[in-house]
Ligand binder design. Structure first.
Ligand code: HEC
Ligand code: HEC
Length: 211
């Protein structure tokens, strides 16, 4: 026992226990404790796009990853590398030859605890009351009243995410362009007019980073 604990890096942290049945690489990675120090080093390969502080880009093409739930990071990376979530620019960087399951587990633990800093893109602010009404009615049940998400169910934190990214993803979710979208969410989003999507994305982008 003494030997085993001596070999285990002090900073190792277990992944979230999830409430859904998982399989394959998702299940295997969720079973691996992650080391944030190793995760920081492994994140070097992601910085060119996601930025060193993982704050993403206000242009909307690249999401902020800092503070996102580790379970969400792992699920999305697994889906991207299997092709289930369509992301051609990133896919080569997360192929099995480039990213081990352990590195994925380490990066997820590192990002989850990374403070949310940097410039976050926001929308025009012209329809915020409508955005809040729609969000509270149709989205908060899964993404949380404060946009905090729900780690055990793989529901992403959507607070303080770039407006243009949120809007872009909502369009992809509506049209099936992400590939891996929750079916119940898709049905809700398909009923939205473009002005509704803008209003709800603007509201989410302005929710402060949850504690
Ligand atoms: C070539 C640029 C590029 C590189 C390098 C890259 N990514 Fe990405 N990543 C993207 C883009 C673009 C998206 C958003 C795609 C979309 O709009 O659906 C994304 C999305 C993600 C998401 C989903 C976030 C969410 O909120 O759903 C995760 C997680 C992620 N990247 C992790 C990583 C990790 C970990 C690495 C390094 C191993 C990495 N990325 C390297 C471009 C990149
Ligand atoms: C039934 C639960 C559920 C509901 C309701 C729901 N979502 Fe989602 N949402 C998810 C899940 C799960 C994901 C992660 C993608 C996936 O794997 O399906 C997600 C992903 C997203 C993303 C992408 C986040 C990212 O980081 O890439 C956005 C944006 C989003 N949801 C917005 C909304 C909005 C706006 C509403 C209300 C109109 C909504 N969702 C309603 C479950 C839900």
């Amino acid at each position: 026992m003494v030997l085993a604990s001596a070999l285990m890096p002090a900073a190792m942290q277990a992944q979230t226990t999830v409430a859904l049945v998982t399989q394959g690489e998702l299940k295997a990675t969720l079973a691996l404790p992650g080391d944030p120090v190793r995760g920081k080093a492994a994140f070097d390969d992601c910085e060119a796009c996601h930025r060193k502080d993982a704050s993403g880009r206000t242009s909307g093409a690249i999401p902020r990853l800092s503070g996102q739930h580790a379970s969400v990071i792992i699920k999305q990376v697994v889906d991207i590398r299997s092709g289930q979530r369509l992301n051609p620019p990133m896919k080569p960087f997360v192929e099995p030859s480039e990213l081990t399951l352990q590195a994925m587990a380490d990066i997820a633990i590192y990002l989850q605890a990374l403070p949310i800093v940097g410039k976050m893109g926001q929308g025009p602010g012209s329809d915020l009351a409508r955005g809040k009404t729609l969000y509270d009615k149709d989205c908060a049940g899964c993404h949380g009243a404060k946009g905090e998400g729900r780690a055990a169910l793989f529901h992403p934190m959507v607070a303080a995410q770039h407006y243009s990214y949120l809007l872009r993803e909502l369009g992809l979710i509506r049209d099936g362009g992400r590939g891996n979208s929750n079916a119940d969410m898709r049905a809700v989003v398909q009923a939205y007019a473009p002005a509704d999507l803008q209003a709800v994305a603007d509201h989410m982008s302005r929710l402060p980073p949850p504690k």
